[in-house]
Structures are given as C-alpha cells and as structure tokens.
Ligand binder design. Structure first.
Ligand code: ADP
Ligand code: ZN
Length: 330
C-alpha cells in the first residue's frame, strides 16, 4: 500500500470505540492495558511486556503463536495500540504473518502520534542494533485518540518533544519559534494547542514520507540526531528522546564545522527548555563502532544529517574517519 493512502483519523472524527471488533486482534502492552482496561473490553487483545528490550524476535514468535492458536487468518486485522515499540512490532508481525495481513495503529504516546506510527517502518532490534530487521509497509489507518495521553508519564512527554523539535529543526523554522515561547507544561494545559501541534507534526512527517517512502533522499532528514542517538540509546539505556537530543546537539556542532551553522545555542537552549539532556560522557570508541554499523552508512562514509540553518536540514556525506576524529575531540 502506498503511504499517500494511509489515512490518519484525528479524534474529532472517531474514538477508539469505533474500531471494529470482529476479526480484529489488538496488540498492546501491559502498562497501557492496565491503565485503559475498559477500552479493551470485548476486543481480542494480545498484551506484551512493556519496553524496548522486548522489541525482539522472541516477542514476535510469541505473538505469532497466539495468532495461530486463536485462528487468525488472512482476513484478520491487527491493530497496535501503544507507543513506538507496540506499533513497530505490530506492523512487523502483520507484514510477515501469512505473508501479510491488514493492520492499523492507535498511537498512545506523543512520540508515536507525531513520529513512530507514521511512515510504515516497522521491525525489531538485534543486540545493540536498533531496527536491524524489519520491513517498510504502510498501515491501513492510524487513529488518534488523545484520551490515552492523560496517563502518559513525564519522560514520554520529553521523548515526544524531542521528535517535535527535530521536525522543527529540519523543516519548520516557524514551529521552532512557536516552541521557543512555550513549554511541556504549557502544552499539557492548553490541550487544543497540543492537538494542533500533534496534527501539524503528523502531517509534516506524512508529507516527507509520501515523497520518499524508501528513504532514498528527503526522508533521510528525519534521521537528524539519530546516528549518534541510536548508537548511545541501547548501550547506555537512554530513552529514545534523550538519546536523540544528545545526538541533535552533537549534529549541530558538526554542522558548525562543516556548514558554518550558527544557531547551535538556540537548538540546545530549546532542547533544555523541553527538559531534554544535550550532552553526556560516553566511551567514544565503543560508540563509534556501533555508529559505523548504522544502516545509514555507506562503505567509508556516512550520510549524516546536518543543519544549514534552523528549518533547513541537509544530507551530508561525511568520511567515517572525519566523524571518528570529531567524536574524539568532542
Ligand atoms: P515510544 O517508542 O513511542 O516512546 P514505547 O512503546 O517505548 O513508546 O512506550 C513507552 C512507555 O510508555 C512504555 O512503558 C509504555 O507502556 C508506556 N505507555 C505508552 N502509552 C502510554 C499511555 N498512554 N499512558 C501511560 N503509559 C504509556
Ligand atoms: Zn526517533
């Protein structure tokens, strides 16, 4: 299915209860299930253990066994109700079960609403390598039901804002300005503004993906902060938002060196304003070794995402040795 056809239903149209019950299997995690158990009543539901450490093959095998046991077939629709981990696994299982069945998402974290549920990338981790195995396959639908956000823990708000700030940095200077005049607490209070912000970000990502589903060009911009971020994330047990926030700060400094980027302080200031870390000490050699295995790397070079200015990301091929040296002096 083509990305252009993935329909995002915003909540003023329909809520969770509009999902069909017959021939539908919901997949969620234990936290969401416990906090929103009423919503799952009368749906066949597979409940996973929560957390990125379970985004692995044994979880996939377990889901497949449950689907076989319950008689799920080609006409079954799988619906992932959760954050990025749940939507990634659901999309992956649906893509391989009986060579592919229909699937949809109800993203329940800010991060999944603005980023992870969109774009059709799904898959699992292998050791320290994030998303090493997977497919690109678009969901039939994405349904936004913001009532899930009422129970979202603080760190998950920070994770979501890291991706929102990423979008602003690579594509939308006016959104960057808007974010500068607010805070996490402000958006939590001003719900309508939050919903507008979510929809704006969902559309921004959908538009980029629609132009470049297979990530040959423009879509790579969405990896801003993610090359170093991914290398740090699993090795140091950081949350995704924290890891990419440090990755974005690093990429800003690299942008200064390569493109004469002059707004590093503004980006770092905004990340801090949204309660995100911008620097940490780490084992440079160990991190470099994971970073160079990043799936975005060519043989001796990496396509690094840098900024020319706020709102204008640029794909830049950088020699691995140059990155290694810059990392060593960082
Ligand atoms: P993401 O990849 O979107 O950050 P995850 O799937 O890793 O999301 O979920 C992050 C954590 O937040 C998990 O522990 C999950 O159980 C929890 N979670 C997801 N949605 C909600 C929600 N609406 N309320 C409370 N906790 C949630
Ligand atoms: Zn991300």
């Amino acid at each position: 299915m083509n990305t252009n056809h993935t329909k995002i239903t915003f909540p003023h149209n329909a809520g969770f209860s509009s999902l069909q019950k017959r021939n539908t299997v919901l997949i969620t995690d234990e936290n969401i299930y416990a906090l929103h158990s009423k919503k799952f009543k009368n749906y066949q539901t597979i409940v996973l253990k929560a957390g990125e450490q379970y985004k692995i093959q044994p979880t996939v095998d377990n889901i497949i066994e449950q689907l076989i046991d319950s008689g799920a077939n080609k006409t079954t629709t799988l619906i992932g109700v959760g954050g990025g981990v749940v939507t990634d696994i659901t999309g992956y299982v649906a893509s391989i079960y009986m060579r592919g069945i229909n699937f949809g998402f109800v993203p329940t974290t800010l991060l999944a609403l603005v980023d992870a549920s969109i774009g059709g990338k799904n898959g699992i981790d292998v050791g320290p390598y994030k998303n090493m195995i997977g497919t690109i396959n678009q969901p039939e639908f994405i349904l936004h039901d913001y009532s899930f956000l009422t129970t979202l823990p603080k760190v998950e708000w920070q994770n979501g804002f890291a991706e929102i700030i990423k979008h602003a940095c690579i594509k939308d200077a006016s959104m960057f300005n808007e974010l500068q005049s607010h805070s996490v607490a402000y958006y939590q209070k001003k719900k309508q503004l939050l919903y507008v912000l979510i929809e704006k970000n969902a559309i921004l990502k959908t538009t980029i993906v629609a132009k470049d589903v297979n990530e040959n060009g423009e879509r790579k911009l969405l990896n801003f902060g993610h090359t170093l971020g991914h290398a740090l994330e699993n090795q140091y047990c950081l949350s995704h938002g924290h890891a990419i926030s440090i990755g974005m700060s690093f990429a800003c400094e690299l942008s200064e060196k390569i493109w004469g980027f002059k707004q590093t302080n503004s980006v770092i200031g905004l990340l801090q304003q949204y309660e995100l870390p911008t620097r940490m000490s780490f084992d440079k050699e160990k991190v470099f070794n994971v970073l160079k295995m990043d799936k975005k790397s060519e043989i001796n070079a990496i396509k690094y995402i840098l900024l020319k200015k706020i709102g204008k990301g640029i794909i830049t091929e950088i020699d691995l040795r140059e990155i290694e040296n810059f990392l060593a002096s960082y």
